[in-house]
Ligand binder design. Structure first.
Ligand SMILES: [Fe+2]
Length: 212
């Protein structure tokens, strides 16, 4: 019988997230509850897979095995992306990263300027569908790119470092804004970015999970 892992994931509190500008405490509280659901599902799925392993031979044509496996990417990234998202927000955030910082220099290199990068990042936030916008670095080449992630799992290159992560699922803003007002939420998001957290991520050699 295969040995089941005892490691489970814990819900991180993110209780520093109060008093944001344009994103209410009630919105954040509801969002944190949704995030906790992903942590629970990751643990439950790993448990279910271990249990399945103990009684059945794995087969790609076994619908139960296939669905459990398929859902791992969705639930894991639902957990991890929320941890990045909550970790790159703070109360009374600076409106922009520090001038001449490594982040600003990197962004200027690939977009010509911070405003040009932000215009593109925000435009991606207006794409049809639910998902995420991520500024990321390829740690092999140091190239920065903006990405759209559909749902939680589709569209992000393996091994890239997420630097700035923005949730644009409706659940991220619909307590505070209408479904048609996503752009207002995106503007609010930028009033609460923790640029120092983004700088720290850039300075790390590889992707640093904010929680595990
Ligand atoms: Fe979310």
């Amino acid at each position: 019988m295969a040995k089941a892992t005892s490691k489970t994931y814990s819900v991180q509190s993110f209780d520093h997230l109060t008093g944001l500008e344009g994103i209410s405490d009630a919105q954040i509280a509801e969002h944190r509850e949704l995030y906790a659901g992903y942590v629970k599902q990751v643990n439950a799925l790993n448990e279910a897979l271990a249990e399945h392993r103990s009684r059945s031979k794995p087969s790609g044509t076994d619908p139960e095995f296939a669905e459990l496996t398929r859902r791992l990417g969705f639930e894991y990234n639902g957990m991890v992306l929320h941890e990045y998202y909550f970790s790159n927000l703070r109360r009374a955030g600076d409106p922009r990263p520090a001038p001449h910082s490594a982040l600003v220099q990197a962004v200027e290199k690939f977009w010509g300027g911070l405003d040009q990068w932000r215009t593109e990042f925000q435009a991606i936030g207006g794409m049809r569908g639910v998902g995420w916008v991520v500024l990321a670095e390829d740690p092999v080449t140091d190239r920065l790119t903006n990405h759209w992630i559909t749902l939680h799992q589709d569209g992000f290159p393996a091994s890239f470092k997420p630097l700035l992560v923005m949730d644009v699922w409706e659940h991220a803003f619909m307590r505070d804004y209408k479904a048609t007002e996503r752009a207002k939420y995106v503007e609010a998001f930028f009033r609460n970015v923790d640029w120092q957290a983004v700088e720290r991520r850039l300075s790390e050699a590889g992707a640093m999970r904010p929680a595990a």
